[in-house]
Design a protein around this ligand. Sequence first.
Ligand SMILES: C[S@@+](CC[C@H](N)C(=O)[O-])C[C@H]1O[C@@H](n2cnc3c(N)ncnc32)[C@H](O)[C@@H]1O
Length: 268
Amino acid sequence: MNAGDYGNAAAGWASGAARVYGPLAVELVGCSPHPLAGRRVLDAGAGTGLGSAALAAVGAQPIAVDHSHGMLAWDRRRRPPALAGDLSRLPLRDRAVDDVLAAFVLNHLDEPAAGLRELARVTRPGGAILASSYATASGSPARDALDEELRRRGFVPPGWYLDIKAVAVPQVGSAEAMGRAAAAAGLAGPEVSERAVDVGVDHAADLVDYRLGQAQHAGWLASLPAGRRAALRSELIEAIEPVMQPFRPTVVLLAATVRPRGRAAAPG
Ligand SMILES: C[S@@+](CC[C@H](N)C(=O)[O-])C[C@H]1O[C@@H](n2cnc3c(N)ncnc32)[C@H](O)[C@@H]1O
């Protein structure tokens, strides 16, 4: 699967999408079954480093991995060490890290359970695997209105985005599905919750900046003349203002641990 057009996405992610993904990274870190301070934690699918920042804020020592050089290069001098690599085969030895944070990256994989298994391989026994995805049930009239306005102005969702919606998202987009993926990966004690999170996006301008900052829009926005981009933002804000309500995305949050090697799940 084409895992996304993130080569062009870093600036929009950092200035717009971060309004939502920043608070969601903090929420996921807060799900850890044990304190992360002093521990070496892999930020898998790190993007522009929002998860790494949330980890550093609780005293962890993050290491980032992502297959997009463009995302890893963002703010490079202030970010923790990083590796370019794919979640299907990480460039790390077995048990290299204490814990893993995988924020909104399993939903890019054809087989999220295989991705969780690979994350478990590089994690010490007893380490936490923390993962998140949007819930397929997550709804927002203002976001839907915004998407419709974008379509009316010529935006066509790219194939990779439609692919992940069709193939990967159903495998992690509910508490049940995420629980099944964790069980298939052999993780211990999975705790999965599905809940709406207060990300503080209360105004139309914030919702527009978040949505436009997501990677599916990056290529299309880059193809527009600069003046058109600025006008588009104002038009979209005006269009959704009448239906704007606080945006509270529903997310699926997984907190599980890695079993000691050779120990299978108890039957039943
Ligand atoms: C939705 S973004 C999330 C970024 C970050 N975790 C956050 O919450 O802001 C998904 C990230 O995963 C990366 N990614 C997607 N598929 C990947 C894969 N197979 N291996 C490594 N990184 C991948 C993308 O390049 C992108 O940076």
